[in-house]
Design a protein around this ligand. Structure first.
Ligand code: ARG
Length: 405
């Protein structure tokens, strides 16, 4: 009788390679490996696909998700200026919903009953994969081998791999746990687990040390149309191209490194290092343009909804009604976020040094202190009298009752 099939989110690393064999041996499943290309560093996707087959997968596919990731996920993240806890641009949280969608599609196509992933039981990514998969198809079973097997250390995993004929990936040994895509790179574990240790510079691969960055600043102009980046220095770009280009420009100027304490959904605080040159600079530029074009109360409400959006997405709720509803509000705000922002990069910093837009609400004749001033300063007296009226009434009452020293 044919075995049941499991679709595995495969990266080519040790964990997911062991997963292939473990799912066969321990769960008696045929494994279909799916590698999602989302702009991560890799040693060759064909080699990774071949490794899955060599390890025993019955089928292995590489799916290029980059443009869809940029157009349908990162565009929304940028419109939401999304930074979890005001700091982390959510790179891992953003890729999981799209990868999950493809895992479910492949499961349907090959008639698989199960989806498997290589996440541990201590992180957020398990929640994101599984919540997305359950929403997309509640009938699929989910297996997380790393949560089940008793292989605690990397050495134990290597031993298990050797005993079971799993070819151990020859990629450079790293003491860190890394997840990356075009929106940035996350680095955890090893010496970083002690928050007192300064991150060693070798954890970074897409940003250079700010100290070693060029001695002259780099200026970049980013043009947005309805909140979407469309031009960099007068060159038309797709969203994916904008992200790649800004990774390059900001990265070579040492901008985009983060070292933060983060609150995981599963309860613990963790020390996280990231390098996010493209996402951080695009968010900086986009925010500056919004400040120019959006009315004050819209900005204020949007700001609070952005926090909620980021938390929803961090918590694995990409496919949720509240996140969709916030997207609708945000989309409405973006209709006039069209214009150009000039950024200056210099030794690890990114500064907004210019903004312009046909939708600018900045009115020179209202703001200037020069000859062209059209602001009637006399009106301010009456404004302040009414604005402070209730506070003044309260203060008079306190004085009358002797409640003020
Ligand atoms: N802490 C981040 C998050 O939860 C990054 C997780 C990265 N995953 C990894 N395997 N290193 O989104």
């Amino acid at each position: 009788m044919a075995k049941e099939k499991a679709v595995l989110a495969y990266s080519g690393g040790l964990d997911t390679s062991v997963c292939i064999k473990w799912l066969q041996d321990e769960k008696d499943l045929d494994v279909v490996a799916v590698v999602g290309e989302v702009g991560q560093e890799h040693e060759g996707l064909e080699a990774i696909r071949q490794r899955a087959l060599d390890t025993g997968a019955v089928d292995a596919r590489v799916i290029d998700m980059r443009d869809e990731y940029a157009d349908s996920i990162l565009t929304k993240a940028l419109a939401a200026n999304s930074l979890y806890e005001n700091k982390y641009p959510l790179l891992s949280a953003l890729s999981r919903p799209l990868i999950s969608k493809y895992l479910v599609d492949v499961a349907h196509e090959v008639g698989a009953t199960t989806i498997a992933h290589g996440c541990t039981g201590k992180g957020n990514d398990q929640v994101r994969f599984e919540t997305a998969i359950k929403v997309l198809d509640p009938n699929l079973k989910i297996i997380a081998p790393v949560r089940e097997w008793e292989l605690k250390t990397r050495d134990q995993e290597m031993d298990w791999a050797a005993e079971h004929g799993v070819e151990v990936p020859t990629t450079k040994e790293t003491p860190y746990s890394i997840d990356d895509n075009m929106w940035g790179r996350a680095i955890e574990c090893g010496v970083l687990e002690d928050p007192w240790n300064e991150p060693p510079t070798d954890i970074y691969t897409i940003t250079i040390n700010p100290e070693d960055a060029p001695d002259t600043p780099t200026y970049v102009e980013i043009s947005f149309e309805k909140g979407v980046p469309v031009k960099i220095n007068d060159e038309d770009v797709s969203v994916a191209e904008a992200v790649y280009k800004m990774n390059e420009i900001a990265g070579t100027n040492g901008y985009g490194r983060l070292d933060i304490t983060e609150d995981r959904l599963v309860g613990m605080k963790s020390r996280e290092c990231y390098e996010c040159p493209g996402s951080m600079s695009l968010i900086t530029a986009h925010k500056a343009l919004e400040n120019l074009c959006l009315e004050r109360d819209v900005l204020k409400l949007k700001h609070s909804l952005e926090q909620e959006w980021a938390t929803q997405v961090y918590d694995g709720r990409w496919y949720s009604p509240v996140k969709n509803a916030i997207d609708a509000f945000i989309a409405n705000t973006q209709t006039c976020v069209t214009g150009t922002v000039r950024l200056k990069f210099y030794k690890g910093s990114c500064t907004v040094v210019g903004t312009k837009s046909d939708f600018s609400l900045y009115n020179y004749s209202l703001a200037t202190y020069g000859d062209e001033d059209r602001f009637d300063q006399k009106l301010s007296k009456g404004f302040i009298d009414l604005y402070s009226l209730q506070l003044v009434t309260w203060s008079e009452n306190r004085h009358k009752n002797g409640l003020c020293e």
